[in-house]
Structures are given as structure tokens and as C-alpha cells.
Design a protein around this ligand. Structure first.
Ligand SMILES: Cc1cc2nc3c(=O)[nH]c(=O)nc-3n(C[C@H](O)[C@H](O)[C@H](O)COP(=O)(O)O)c2cc1C
Length: 163
């Protein structure tokens, strides 16, 4: 199974256009819409430090399962306030258990990042890339590429990616 973690509240907005454009097979991917999941924030309770899993029981159970069993992974997300939107951030924070579990030992699977930004500012994308690369490391993915679209406030994503 290939997985898309979809981080926009707009099901047919710029993020979705960017996903469609860069992943022709997106319909065959299992898509998790972060905005439709009920996922609590990490509370740094340290349970995962000893138990290598999260103590919170919510929709993250499904997300863990898909992240752990997928072959390819794409995170497609807009940039909000120089980072990921809070539902995406909550999911990434909840993967702190992988930091302790050291999934690094598992075979590498491929992961890519697609971001869209309303402005031309690159700072948010650089933060998102850094965060995503760290996630890849702890979750056992090989970072493949980051595709970024800018200035979607002026024109929605239909053109070429501006990397
Ligand atoms: C709460 C919020 C914060 C945003 N922060 C940024 C930002 O820091 N930098 C930026 O370039 N665009 C920012 N944007 C603009 C979005 O990245 C842009 O509108 C994007 O195209 C939305 O994608 P979507 O159509 O898939 O939802 C923000 C939008 C919202 C709603």
C-alpha cells in the first residue's frame, strides 16, 4: 500500500492540484485527510520512551498502522504560518514514539514532500522540509524529494513546480 497524508482542508485546492500533478497514480494511494481525523496533540507524557508506543487512543491508531505498513509515502500539505497546519503537526508530533522505537533498523521506504505556499517566501518550506526529513529518519523512510509551489494566493497550482 502507498500512502498520502493530505494536509489541506480544501479537498480540491492547490495542495490537491499539486498532488495530482506530481503523482499520476494518486488514486491508487491510500489517502488520509489530516483535517478529517480526530488526533490529540502529543502531551510529552514520556509513555513512549519506555513502551515505544503512544498511550493516547484516537484516530492516530489508523495513521500509525498505515505509516508502518506503507511502501511509498507522500506528505502533501499547504504551509501555514511558516510550518505545517496544526492537524499535520499533531500527527508528526505523535510519531515521537518512533524516535524511541528506532524504526531506523527497518528497510528504507521512499518518501516525498509536496508543499504549497500562498506567498513567495521560502522560509516555511525550509522548516517543513527540515521537519519532514527528520520524520523520514525516525520512521524508516528514505527522503526522495521535495516539490514546492509558491504564490498560490495569486494563482492556484496548475503550472510547473517552482523548486
Ligand atoms: C492559517 C493560514 C496560514 C498561512 N500561512 C502561510 C505562510 O506562512 N506562508 C505562506 O506562503 N502561505 C501561507 N498561507 C497560505 C496557504 O499556504 C495557501 O493559501 C495554500 O495555497 C493553501 O492550500 P490549499 O488550497 O490546498 O488549502 C496560510 C494560509 C492559512 C489559512
Amino acid at each position: 500500500m502507498n500512502l498520502v497524508l493530505f494536509g489541506s482542508p480544501h479537498e480540491n485546492g492547490s495542495t490537491f492540484q499539486a498532488l495530482k500533478k506530481n503523482c499520476k497514480e494518486y488514486k491508487k494511494f491510500y489517502l488520509i485527510n489530516c483535517f478529517k481525523k480526530k488526533i490529540s496533540p502529543c502531551i510529552d507524557c514520556k509513555f513512549c520512551k519506555k513502551n515505544f508506543k503512544c498511550i493516547i487512543y484516537d484516530d492516530m491508531i489508523e495513521v500509525y498502522d498505515k505509516i508502518e505498513t506503507c511502501n511509498k509515502f507522500i506528505l502533501a500539505s499547504p504551509i501555514y504560518n511558516f510550518s505545517f497546519p496544526s492537524p499535520v503537526k499533531a500527527i508528526l508530533d505523535r510519531t515521537q514514539c518512533y524516535f524511541y522505537k528506532n524504526i531506523l533498523k527497518t528497510p528504507k521506504r521512499q518518501a516525498s514532500l509536496i508543499t504549497v505556499s500562498g506567498s513567495r517566501d521560502r522560509f516555511g518550506v525550509s522548516v517543513a522540509e527540515k521537519h519532514f526529513k527528520y520524520f523520514c529518519k525516525i520512521a524508516g523512510f528514505e527522503f526522495i524529494k521535495s516539490i514546492s509551489y509558491f504564490k498560490t494566493d495569486l494563482e492556484p497550482v496548475f503550472g510547473k513546480p517552482k523548486i
